[in-house]
Design a binder for this molecule. Structure first.
Ligand code: SF4
Ligand code: SF4
Length: 363
């Protein structure tokens, strides 16, 4: 495993982190715990969870796994979050996370899912930030972090204005990096840790290896390896948060970053230029656009739009509608253009226009 310095925290963190958002079998606690233990054995030191993940089971599963972790000389860093703007609610959320994880202190506790600068101001005005800092003084939090879907320049402002934030978690991958590149650069300048979540674009990259093949170097066995190496080659990125669904996935991710010489900056820049040209503005399936008041399953329709952008064959598009999602194009016509989803979209996508385009598809 490769370990990366995390800003000014004094910690070195595994270049691959364990993302607890989509445990493959949350109903089978033992299987999930076995996955967490395998990650630990593989040298992963960063374990990220949150309330509400996996039908609100993730933190409890992490807690059970932590209590029975295999012995290791490596440090273990926990990460969880609260979305509450109100300071008292934030405190209750923190105490619940501590209790579920069964720890006296959480290494990185996030002010979670900051959507835009106004949302950030709500967290400040409501007392969430002050409460987090107080909890740090009390020793309940080791480092105050923020997780955000803002654009790069907005992230850069937030980090510059708040030296007390020591780590930022953001959606960052080979597809969407242009949205947040400026934020990542600011984090590096300001010596903050950076956690890249959704490093495989919510499955878009592994599901379409063909169009992404150009990001593979000669010694990359597949595009998943290439996409992870794309991230870990960036010295600003502390860890890439991977949602593992099997032991084989853990092995593959660890192999991707072990014994690997990071791409030189010139190669990385060539890749970035090509990606920017070809894959701008794809949906990563994060789901933050939901709920839609019309009940439209927006991420599923945007996933279909991703296929349009990838010039997928009509058969593949029809299969995505019928077999994968059980949707019809006309379902997208229920959109009344209220704009709620676009204001929440982490990628700032023109969802309304895309739904219109989907409505016009004839299967
Ligand atoms: S703009 Fe359309 S898809 Fe978006 S939330 Fe409103 S009704 Fe739903
Ligand atoms: S449309 Fe935007 S918010 Fe919704 S799932 Fe896709 S990227 Fe995420």
């Amino acid at each position: 495993m490769r370990y990366t310095p995390c800003g000014t925290t004094g910690k070195e963190i595994s270049a691959i982190g364990f993302g607890g958002m989509r445990l493959p079998t949350p109903q089978d606690q033992q299987a999930s715990i076995a996955l967490l233990h395998a990650a630990r054995r593989a040298g992963i030191t960063y374990f990220d969870t949150a309330p509400f993940y996996c039908d609100d089971q993730s933190e409890a599963i992490f807690g059970e796994a932590l209590r029975t972790m295999p012995p290791s000389t490596l440090p273990l860093y926990t990460s969880s979050k609260s979305q509450d703007a109100n300071g008292d609610d934030f405190r209750r959320g923190l105490e619940r996370s501590l209790s579920r994880l069964g720890v006296e202190r959480i290494t990185f506790f996030h002010i979670w899912c900051v959507l835009d600068p106004a949302d950030w101001q709500r967290r400040v005005d409501g007392g969430a930030l002050a409460t987090a800092l107080r909890a740090k003084e009390e020793g309940l939090i080791e480092h105050v972090a923020v997780s955000t879907h803002m654009r790069g320049p907005e992230i850069a402002h937030l980090l510059a204005d708040h030296p007390e934030i020591e780590l930022v978690t953001l959606g960052y991958c080979a597809i969407n990096f242009p949205y947040r590149r400026e934020g990542v650069a600011a984090a590096a300048r300001l010596h903050k840790g950076v956690v890249a979540m959704n490093p495989l674009a919510g499955g878009v990259i592994p599901q379409h290896p063909g169009p992404f093949d150009f990001i593979r170097s000669a010694d990359d066995p597949d595009v998943v390896t290439a996409a992870l190496r794309f991230l870990v080659s960036d010295p600003a990125i502390t860890t890439a948060l991977v949602g593992f669904s099997s032991l084989a996935h853990i092995d593959a991710a660890v192999r991707a970053v072990e014994h690997f010489t990071p791409h030189p900056p010139e190669h990385l820049n060539t890749l970035r230029a090509r990606i920017e040209q070809d894959f701008n503005e794809m949906c990563t399936g994060c789901g933050y656009c939901l709920p839609c008041p019309q009940g439209i399953p927006i991420p599923q329709y945007m996933d279909i739009h991703n296929l349009l952008q990838l010039n997928a064959a009509p058969d593949a598009i029809a299969a995505r509608f019928n077999l994968h999602w059980n949707l019809q194009p006309e379902g997208a016509a229920r959109c009344v253009e209220c704009g709620l989803c676009e204001s929440r979209c982490t990628q700032h996508l023109p969802i309304i226009d895309r739904l219109k385009k989907i409505t016009a598809i004839r299967l």
